[in-house]
Design a protein. Structure first.
Length: 228
């Protein structure tokens, strides 16, 4: 599952390209769809990494990453036990990464950045965006919708859930990490998609904003001209 986020991003590019070819979309429309996908990915990544650095949290497998040297544990515990009788001193607050045999700072730092899950955030931002994109291209919510369209639109969410769960099964994240990470990606996927495309109930839901043939945008531009 480690490289699945990158693979799914490439698949999303191919899906958007496929719709461009089949539906003969303009270069502008195609570019808007791709920019939206990348923007959703990047803003989710930025937001999650800021939280990771502020909040942190140890990963479930941090002990194996640390590779504890128990001789150092005993030495430090005995040392502090001899110099203080303060009840606040104890095994829970005596130790830092100096007791780790693993001296790779990058791995140790990454082991303390569990919350929220970056993989869950990125996969949900990608899959939410591409799911909404396919729903728009297939006119999922029009009067002639079909069950197969709904099935196709829900496939990305199945992939997203599988990736998120794998992070828990692999002991890389706690369930709270993937839940919050997935929610962040889900929200940004929705916000970014509807920044570039109209509502799924719109008759032009498959056409990006600022396109000449988009009647709603024409009206917006006309209203702006009247105001100015």
């Amino acid at each position: 599952m480690q490289y699945l986020v990158s693979i799914t991003l490439i698949v999303c590019f191919l899906i958007i390209t496929g719709f461009k070819i089949v539906k003969k979309r303009s270069k502008f429309d195609y570019n808007q769809a791709l920019i939206g996908l990348v923007f959703s990915f990047c803003i989710s990544s930025l937001f999650v990494n800021v939280i990771k650095n502020l909040v942190g949290r140890y990963r479930p497998d941090f002990i194996s990453i640390c590779d504890i040297d128990f001789n150092k544990v005993n030495e430090q515990y005995e040392y502090y036990s001899n110099i203080t009788t303060d009840i606040n001193y104890g095994p829970r607050n005596l130790f830092n990464t100096s007791i780790c045999q693993n001296t790779n700072e990058r791995k140790l730092n990454e082991g303390r950045r569990s919350f929220p899950s970056g993989h869950s955030s990125l996969i949900f931002s990608e899959m939410t965006y591409i799911s909404l994109y396919m729903a728009g291209q297939l006119h999922l919510l029009n009067k002639k919708t079909s069950l197969w369209k709904l099935f196709v639109v829900l496939i990305p969410y199945t992939i997203a859930i599988a990736v998120a769960l794998s992070r828990v099964f692999d002991y890389r994240h706690h369930w709270e990490d993937v839940t919050v990470g997935g929610f962040i990606g889900f929200i940004f996927g929705i916000i970014v998609y509807f920044f570039y495309f109209p509502s799924l109930t719109n008759e032009n839901c498959d056409i990006a904003y600022q396109r000449d043939s988009n009647k709603n945008n024409k009206k917006v531009f006309e209203d702006l001209e009247m105001i100015m």
